[in-house]
Design a protein around this ligand. Sequence first.
Ligand SMILES: Cc1cc2nc3c(=O)[nH]c(=O)nc-3n(C[C@H](O)[C@H](O)[C@H](O)COP(=O)(O)OP(=O)(O)OC[C@H]3O[C@@H](n4cnc5c(N)ncnc54)[C@H](O)[C@@H]3O)c2cc1C
Length: 387
Amino acid sequence: MTEVLVVGAGPVGLATALSLAHQGVSVRVIEAAPRLTEDHRAGSFHPPTLEMLAPFGVTEAMHRIGIKVPRWQIRDRREGVIVEWDLGLVADETPFPYRFHLEQYKLTPILMEKLKAFPHASVHFGEEFEDAIQDGQTVTVNGKYKTSWLVGCDGGRSAVRKLIGTEFEGFTWPERFIVIGTLADFAPHGFTSNAYVADPREWAAVFHMPGLWRLAFPVHEEEDEAEVLMEAAVEARMQRFVARPGRYEVPHKGIYRVHQRVATRWRAGRILLAGDAAHLNNPLGALGLNGGLHDAILLGEYLGKVCRGEADEGLLDRYVRQRRTANIEFVQTQSISNKRLLEEADPGKRQENFDNLRRIADDRNLARDFLVRSSMIWSVRLAAEVT
Ligand SMILES: Cc1cc2nc3c(=O)[nH]c(=O)nc-3n(C[C@H](O)[C@H](O)[C@H](O)COP(=O)(O)OP(=O)(O)OC[C@H]3O[C@@H](n4cnc5c(N)ncnc54)[C@H](O)[C@@H]3O)c2cc1C
């Protein structure tokens, strides 16, 4: 019998397991896929996430292969740069005053490698979670594994969340997001390694990743996925964005449906939720996985204390209150307002938004506040204050 069974070897499941293993807690991870998945979604990490992963040696390993992004822009497709932020302004708030770019499929092998150091931790691939039955002391998973606690880190379609029968309140955006990875370099066109580009119809989010640039655009309701993904359509979209003489080389492209949802309950007895299983948001601002990793590290710490008999299980309810509050009050509102800013169609309102951003950027104190919020430092502090 293990103390904790984690469902899902995505970044949140592996980080939860690593935090527990570090505290001497026995942990088993089950993953439906045959191996770590090559997931092209998340790629931008905020300072508090780097701080939280540092004690496990993960941040150092990430720095060997990722990119530091100290400056980022908000732009308009016609006007160009509206504001350029410098995270150096918050260097007194964090040892990592930058965004950090690395695809999530390059983070999971690092987490996995670190986990291997612990004989009381194991990851089992090709094992799909089907059901769980709990009594007062144990949870029996798939009729064969007995564990004291079960943590569902099984992503947006979470079977664990469905099992506990909670509502997944919120909505799904009518637009999908297309993500295009290209070998073209946008730095010579004045782009910082991260930029958000406003446009009423075709806004964009731009990320420089190790070895390629990734761009996200909206795919509108009436557009057909197969047509949008055709080589000629992708080429035309990229040329409209930044015209260049040669063709764009595109080694990767994909379409994602995007939601804003938070589970009503994150705990049912000995079963808990973390990451996308508990909450979903649109990717503008890079808040989803970062927030999920903040769940993972806090839940790992609290569950460790409960398993060692140092804390009452009521601490797990505090985990839910802290992380649910941070998600609802920051991640949901901020990601929705980021999207509204980029897609604003009213010319007067758009100008007002830009004027406001320029006013903030010109005032050192306002700019610092803006960066403390947008880099998630504020939301971690907010959660810490929840009792
Ligand atoms: C286009 C796009 C870009 C994004 N960019 C960013 C970004 O830059 N920064 C950011 O913070 N976030 C970003 N996100 C969000 C981020 O990708 C997710 O928040 C993140 O993947 C969640 O991690 P997770 O471990 O909770 O879930 P997942 O990564 O979905 O992992 C879940 C795991 O559980 C497994 N699983 C599922 N069901 C079962 C089952 N029944 N039994 C066993 N295993 C199961 C899956 O195979 C998978 O391995 C982006 C999202 C999108 C769509």
